[in-house]
Design a protein around this ligand. Sequence first.
Ligand SMILES: Nc1nc2c(c(=O)[nH]1)N[C@H]1C(S)=C(S)[C@@H](COP(=O)(O)O)O[C@H]1N2
Ligand SMILES: [Mo]
Length: 379
Amino acid sequence: MVRQPAVLDRLGGRLGNGFSSRLHDERTASWLGIWLGVSFGVAFVTGLISHFMQQPPDWLRWPSRPVNLYRVTQGLHVIGGLATIPLLLAKLWTVYPELLQWPPLRSAGHAVERGLVFLLVAAALFQLVTGVLNIAYWYAFPFFFTVAHYWTAYILIGALIIHGVNEWAKVRRTVMKRPEDGVDRRAFLFTVAAASGAVVLTTVGETFSPLARLAVLAPRRPGIGPAGLPVNKSALAAGVTTTARKPDWTLTVTGRVERELTFSLAELRALPQHTERLPIACVEGWSASGDWSGVRLRELLRMAGAAADARVRVESLERGGPYRTSWLDPPHCRDPLTLLALDLNGAPLDLDHGHPCRLIAPNRPGVLQTKWLHTVVVT
Ligand SMILES: Nc1nc2c(c(=O)[nH]1)N[C@H]1C(S)=C(S)[C@@H](COP(=O)(O)O)O[C@H]1N2
Ligand SMILES: [Mo]
């Protein structure tokens, strides 16, 4: 028999009884596996929602209601993802004697199984690390976050499903049977759950405002920023401080319309104004509601004589950057809550919130709530 190196001996115990502590046992690993399966499953589904809301395929028409749907799914994605970190660390700690087993490969089947586990661990760590860096606005990675995070999600969920099927019999056996011991195991699982709970409590306030004061670990807090709302990209960063302040600013409605229309700010203010309470729900997890006032998009489309099934592209004064334009499908174009906002919380828009005019619509990712508008193109 091949002897395992002494260092592995010390780290993980001997082959065959790799679990030296009772905490490294199958029952603990099974429970953590179930929790991780649920949390990565939720992250996968909510992640797909976010992806396809931002890049809908032609046949997909996202509804504009419920107003707070995206706020909830993206809050689940980001806060749930953060709560997964203690679970994954605990799982890795519980099974590391297995990961260090010796000899590392016993057969072809064993090699495939270990390769899969390696892929699963690597993908899970990658998703959590890039996700955390992204919500901290620390773009330390040399690739485009959304693309890498999106494709790795399929690798992760694929490996997770195969792993779940492989381990299911073991999980059922260990979870169903009554343990003879269990006190320290239960305490361990309780500690892990409490750590996840603490992460939720100290971050969920970034999207659930009653707990805003507890959100000490959240990168953004609602209530901080001009007019009591956070700012994602400032006017300075977008390079619009001069153009957005020009007194001769106009908004043009053009494209497939019967009449092309151009409005000055005073003319827009002379149109019927509507006030709606709507959230900005940033992809990065924070969200905050405001009272927005302005002109209904559908009113402008009607005045310009656009078709009932028109799609609309709004364009910003911002010159570059991926978020200078966004699309609205018919459900959002028709929704009376979709506003070209001029005021926020009773005062004219702050320059950083999109002065003189920005889009705000229900059930829509923050990246698509385009600021500093100057053109509405009907297609
Ligand atoms: N033109 C333009 N609009 C934009 C952005 C941008 O970078 N450029 N950022 C978007 C993002 S990511 C978010 S979350 C919201 C935030 O709006 P706020 O800064 O008013 O809170 O604006 C959106 N509108
Ligand atoms: Mo955002």
